[in-house]
Write a protein that binds this ligand. Structure first.
Ligand code: CMP
Length: 144
């Protein structure tokens, strides 16, 4: 099944110069980059993105973290890319993220876990439409 998912390098990932490392892992796996931009995420966008977490005690600090610097938002396309991206990224809590995953290799704390990836096909569709306009997504054929 060809799918698309939203992946974002969070502000700590940008500050730690990990953009290239994260892109490299998705490219090497064989996924296709169809959208890419750097932005200072507006609070309104983050409020929609994290709507299901609004009642959580860590929500204010999550918004503070996500607005502490620019974010690199990407849309990746490929066979089962939603599930595979979650595997590439690793567990939400870096302490439980397997070595070899992005979080398992590059992060320590759940509140600074360097990267986001959509957790379901439905969630991905919603998140992609929040972060990107359709004209910003480029259809291109690879050699797969
Ligand atoms: P992510 O799964 O990308 O999206 C929700 C984010 O909320 C998650 O990454 C963490 O950055 C953050 N988060 C989840 N649980 C906690 C927690 N217990 N404490 C702090 N941040 C959290």
């Amino acid at each position: 099944i060809k799918e698309r998912t939203l992946v974002a390098v969070k502000p700590d990932g940008v500050q730690r110069r990990l953009i290239g490392e994260i892109i490299k892992r998705f490219e090497q796996r064989g996924f296709r980059l169809v959208g890419l931009k750097m932005l200072q995420a507006p609070e309104k966008l983050l409020a929609q993105h994290y709507v299901s977490l609004q009642k959580k005690p860590f929500y204010p600090s999550l918004l503070h973290y996500m607005t502490s610097g620019p974010v690199v938002a990407m849309v990746w396309e490929g066979h089962n890319v939603v599930r595979s991206s979650r595997m590439l990224v690793g567990d939400t809590d870096p302490a439980g993220a397997a070595p070899g995953t992005i979080r398992g290799d590059l992060s320590v704390h759940i509140s600074r876990n360097v990267v986001h990836a959509s957790d379901s096909v439905q969630g991905a569709e919603k998140e992609i439409s929040l972060w990107f306009q359709s004209a910003e997504l480029i259809d291109w054929e690879g050699c797969d």
